[in-house]
Each structure stands twice: as C-alpha cells, then as structure tokens.
Design a protein around this ligand. Sequence first.
Ligand code: HEC
Ligand code: HEC
Length: 326
Amino acid sequence: MSDNHNSAGGVPTTGHIWDDDLADFTNQPPKWWMLGLTASAIWVVVYWLMYPAIPLAINGTYFKGFGLPGSGQWTAIKELAEDQAVLDEVRKPYEDKLKDMTPAAILADTNLSEYVARSGKVLFSDNCAGCHGQNGVGTFQTGKFAEREKGYMAPILNDDDWLFGGEINTIHETIMGGRQGMMTPHKDMLSEKQIDDVTLYVKAMSEQGKDKADADASVAAGKQVFAESDCTACHGADAKGMPAMGSANLTDKIWRFDGSIEGIKQTITYGVNAGDNARVAVMPNFTEGGKLSAVEMKKLAVYVYKFGGGTPEAAPAAEAAPAAAN
Ligand code: HEC
Ligand code: HEC
C-alpha cells in the first residue's frame, strides 16, 4: 500500500496514499511564506513589548510596555480619557446651559432638546429600559412574577395613555420622586360575588365604552358595586382614572396588567403593592442615593416626553420663558 518514495519528481511522500494515486508530498513551503512567518513572529514580540500585554503574577499588575516611540506608554484607559476630554469640551456649553433650565424650557428649545434627546437615549437604556422596554415600548413580566402578573412590568411610555399624566413636569416629577401603585385589595371588603360582578362591568367598560356598559343590563350588578364601593374614589365617577393618584383609565382597551376576566379579578381582589398575591408596581426614586444627577433627570424627562405621547402643559405661555432656577 504505502511507499514513501513512490512519487513524481523524486519528492518523498508522507506515506499516506488514498485511492492508489492520491498522495501527500513532503514539499517545503515557498520561501516567501517562510519569511513572512518569521517576520510575523518577530512582530509579535515587538508588539508585545510596546503595548501592555503581559499580566504579572504579583498583585494583579501587568507589564506596562515600553510604549510607542515619541508618544509614551499607551493604555486603553488613557486613550478613552483623552477622547472623553475632547467630547466633554464639545458638550460643555450645552451641559452648562441645562443646569439652569427647567425641563419645559429645554423642550421649547429646538437645538437643546435635540441634543438632550440623544444623550437621553443612553441614559434611558441604562436606567429605564429594563422595566419600560427600549424606547418605552414596555416589557412583559418575567421571572418570579411572570405567571402571577401576566402583564407589563411597567407602563408603556411611548403612547399617550398616562397613569400620572404626560406633562413634561409630571414626567420629571415621576423620575425624581418615583411612584408606587396604590390600588387597594378588595378581598376583605367585597364578597366573591361582588368581585365577579364588578369584574364583568370593568371588562364591559373596556370593551364597549362606559355608556354602553352602563346601559347593559347583564352587568348592572357590577355597575352598582362600582358606584357604591370605593372604586369611584380613585378611578373617578367616569372611571377614566385620576392622574393625581395614577389610577388607571378603566374605560379604554389599554391594560397595564392582565386584562382577561381572570386577570382583572386578580387585580381587584389582591390589589397592587399590598402583600401576597398583589401585583407589584414600584417606580424607583432616582434622586435618592444620587442615582441620577439633576441634569440627567431633566434629560430623561425630555427624552420620554419626545417618545410622542407627551401632553402639552395646561398653560404653555407661562412655561415657555426659561426660568431662572430649577
Ligand atoms: C424597577 C422598574 C422600573 C424602572 C427601572 C423604571 N421604572 Fe418607571 N415605572 C415603573 C412602574 C412600575 C411604574 C408605574 C407605577 C405605578 O403603577 O403607579 C412606572 C411609571 C413611570 C412613569 C409614569 C407613567 C405614567 O403612565 O404616568 C414614567 C414617566 C416613568 N416610569 C419613567 C421612567 C424613567 C425615565 C425611568 C429611568 C430613569 C424609569 N421609569 C425606570 C417601573 C420602573
Ligand atoms: C386607593 C385607590 C384605588 C381604589 C379604591 C381602587 N383602585 Fe383600581 N387602581 C388604582 C390605581 C392607582 C391603579 C393603577 C395601577 C397601580 O396601582 O399602579 C388601579 C388599577 C386598577 C385596575 C387595573 C387596570 C389595568 O390597566 O391593568 C383595575 C381593573 C382596577 N383598578 C379596578 C378597580 C375597581 C373595580 C375598584 C373598586 C372595587 C378599584 N379599582 C378601586 C387605584 C384604586
């Protein structure tokens, strides 16, 4: 089978022959290739000595490299800091202005609000998107609460449906101070039957609108529970919600939590932020512990407003002039 010297031109083979005439020859690689190989091996060593590349066993330090001729030792951190300094220089005039402006004034300034929306995007991804979704589209509950919650982790921010209100100042307040959902549990207040009835009425309002639901005899019992229990105190007699409380509008098709009959029943029975089985709705406070700076929170307010669902201030004329202080 194998014959090491059975080859064309006298070049020995490795001894492996397939199909009787396919053989590996032991030719040397071309000279240019060998030179290239040697050159790159030398380059690796030179490169290695110039740049920080060799970890040392002592104290987690490393060999810092001899540096580039003329420009000294190079480190990625140093390069980053230099780039950052250039960037900061460009940003400084904007950042300085922002310090003294209200979010409403920033919004009114086309140039600045454009600038702010850009840096707001990074801030939002880092601090908010985990709960509100990238670009405020909302994220569904996952993990421990997924089965129980079956809804959004936090309200969608890129629509014009607001719990607390979409005015720029309100959004700013929400970010600075945080919010807590306060829908009370009704398991000890209403009977199971009353909860079932009011659930059907709420579902009917969402599907047909309040007027039709009110006229619908099949949900009359629930209508009565709604009117006579504490629901109207927080959701309003029109059931459209009260921004001061962040109570949901119950007459639209937008559901924060699970909008199925089962889901609505659970929200009414166990409430929000009220212990076992309650739904969880906590918007963190970003002022405490200096999580975000004052300027960062203003940027985010403008950024969120610009998702498209922002509500103009009631008295825009008063807000348009840049206020002296924030
Ligand atoms: C841990 C999750 C979480 C994070 C992180 C978070 N939020 Fe929220 N956010 C919520 C929840 C929950 C609510 C609703 C509170 C309620 O039900 O009363 C909310 C409400 C809001 C609202 C009010 C919405 C409305 O309809 O009125 C705004 C605005 C908002 N968040 C902006 C932000 C911004 C900006 C950030 C980042 C700086 C952020 N949130 C980070 C959970 C979060
Ligand atoms: C103490 C005030 C308060 C009372 C009383 C109250 N609610 Fe609520 N409710 C809220 C708030 C605030 C929310 C918004 C969710 C949250 O807590 O973050 C809410 C949310 C809901 C939701 C969920 C809406 C969604 O989009 O998922 C339903 C359903 C609901 N309430 C029905 C009722 C009914 C029915 C009653 C009366 C039996 C009632 N609520 C009484 C404050 C209240």
